[in-house]
Design a protein around this ligand. Structure first.
Ligand SMILES: Cc1ncc(COP(=O)(O)O)c(C=O)c1O
Length: 359
C-alpha cells in the first residue's frame, strides 16, 4: 500500500486507522452480513451508531444540553440558505463579517431572503486580515451575526469570538474539532464534513434550542433545523455512509485525547510551517500574523514561474494537493486533524530542498 501525504483543502485526508476500520467492516458490518451502506437507517445498529456519534460529538465539543446537534445533507452551502430561512423574518437584517470567499458567499445567499448587512469586508486587501471589531458597522437588532471562523481559501482564522447580543452563526467547516470552543457563545455552528469530520455528504449543525422556532412559515420542511432536531436527523433518509465514517472519526478523536490534544498538535504543526515560510526569502504568506489559520496555510513562491515545477516535484515526492486556490495563487497546505506532524515535517523538508536547488 502506498499512501501520499494529502494536503487537500477538502475532501481531505482521513486518519489511516479510520480507513482501516472501514476496510475491515465493508462486507459485514456489526455481524449483520451486509455493509453499513446497505443497512436500514431505522435498524437497531444504525440507530445506535447515530446516538453514539451525537453523544461523542457532544463530549468532544462540550455541547451544552440546551443545544441540538443535527446531521443534515447539503453541506455548508445549504446552511448558508438555512441560516436566514431559520432565523430571519422577511425584512429583518442579518449582519455578515466577510473575511473571505465563503463569508462573501454566505452574505450573498442571505441577501435573497433578508437584508444582508456586510458589517466588515476585508476584500480590499484580498482577504488577508480581519478588521478590528470596533470598526464593524453592525446593525441595531440584527437577527444574527454570521462569520466564518476559518476561511479555507485565504487561510484566515479568527483567534477570538466576536462579541455582541445578536446570536452568532459560525461557518466552522474548516476548523471544527481542531481546538476547543465555547459552544455557549454561539447561536448556531455549522460545518460541512469533508475536512475534519469525514466524507462529503453530511453536515454538522449545532443550534441553541431557543432558536429552533424562528423559521419562516414557508420554509421547506427539509430546510428547517427543527425538523432534524425533532427526528434525530432522520427527517428523510440520511447519508448513512458519511454518518458512519463521522462516527469512527469522532471515536478516533477521543482516542487521540480529544480536541484539547488536537489543538496542541495543530498549533505546533501550523507554527513550524509558518516559521519555515517566514524564515525564507523564497516563500511568503500574505496573511496578517494575528489571524493566520492553523488549518489552511497558503504560501507563495518568490518566482511564480517555478509554481509548476514545485507542484511536479512535490507530487513526485508524495506530497499532494498543494496547488493554491486561483484567487490567491501559489500553494496551500491544508493541515487538518488527520494530516500528521510527520506530513508537515516532510513538507518543510521538501520546501527547504526545493529552495536550495531551484531558487
Ligand atoms: C469555510 C467553508 N464554508 C463552506 C464551504 C462549502 O462547503 P460545502 O461544499 O460542504 O457546501 C467550504 C468548502 O470548502 C468551506 O471551506
Amino acid at each position: 500500500m502506498s499512501r501520499v501525504y494529502n494536503f487537500s483543502a477538502g475532501p481531505a485526508a482521513l486518519p489511516l486507522q479510520v480507513l482501516e476500520q472501514i476496510h475491515s467492516e465493508i462486507f459485514d458490518w456489526q455481524g449483520i452480513g451486509m455493509s453499513v451502506m446497505e443497512a436500514s437507517h431505522r435498524g437497531k445498529q444504525f440507530v445506535e451508531l447515530a446516538e453514539r456519534a451525537e453523544s461523542n460529538l457532544r463530549d468532544l465539543l462540550a455541547v451544552p444540553d440546551d443545544y441540538s446537534v443535527i446531521f443534515p445533507q447539503g453541506g455548508a452551502t445549504m446552511q448558508m440558505a438555512m441560516a436566514p430561512l431559520n432565523l430571519a423574518a422577511p425584512g429583518d437584517t442579518a449582519d455578515y463579517i466577510v473575511t473571505g470567499s465563503w463569508g462573501k458567499k454566505a452574505a450573498g445567499e442571505a441577501a435573497k431572503f433578508c437584508t444582508s448587512n456586510v458589517a466588515a469586508d476585508s476584500s480590499d486587501k484580498n482577504f488577508t486580515y480581519i478588521a478590528d471589531e470596533s470598526t464593524w458597522s453592525r446593525s441595531d437588532n440584527a437577527a444574527y451575526l454570521h462569520y466564518t471562523p476559518n476561511e479555507t481559501i485565504a487561510g484566515v482564522e479568527f483567534h477570538f469570538v466576536p462579541s455582541g447580543d445578536a446570536p452568532l452563526v459560525a461557518d466552522m467547516s474548516s476548523n471544527i474539532l481542531s481546538r476547543p470552543i465555547d459552544v455557549s457563545r454561539f447561536g448556531v455552528i455549522y460545518a460541512g464534513a469533508q475536512k475534519n469530520i469525514g466524507p462529503a455528504g453530511i453536515t454538522v449543525v449545532i443550534i441553541k434550542d431557543e432558536l429552533l422556532d424562528r423559521a419562516r412559515a414557508n420554509t421547506p420542511h427539509l430546510m428547517t433545523w427543527k425538523s432534524y432536531a425533532e427526528s434525530d436527523s432522520m427527517t428523510n433518509t440520511p447519508p448513512t455512509f458519511a454518518w458512519y465514517v463521522a462516527d469512527i472519526v469522532f471515536q478516533w478523536l477521543i482516542e487521540q485525547g480529544g480536541v484539547e490534544a488536537m489543538a496542541v498538535v495543530n498549533q505546533r504543526k501550523a507554527m513550524k510551517l509558518y516559521a519555515a515560510i517566514d524564515g525564507s526569502d523564497f516563500y511568503s504568506n500574505p496573511v496578517a500574523k494575528d489571524c493566520r489559520s492553523w488549518m489552511n496555510v497558503p504560501f507563495i513562491l518568490a518566482d511564480a514561474a517555478l509554481d509548476a515545477t514545485f507542484l511536479e516535484q512535490s507530487n513526485a515526492a508524495g506530497l499532494t494537493n498543494l496547488k493554491g486556490h486561483r484567487s490567491v495563487g501559489g500553494m496551500r497546505a491544508s493541515i487538518y486533524n488527520a494530516v500528521s506532524e510527520e506530513a508537515v515535517d516532510a513538507l518543510i523538508t521538501f520546501m527547504a530542498e526545493f529552495e536550495r536547488t531551484e531558487a
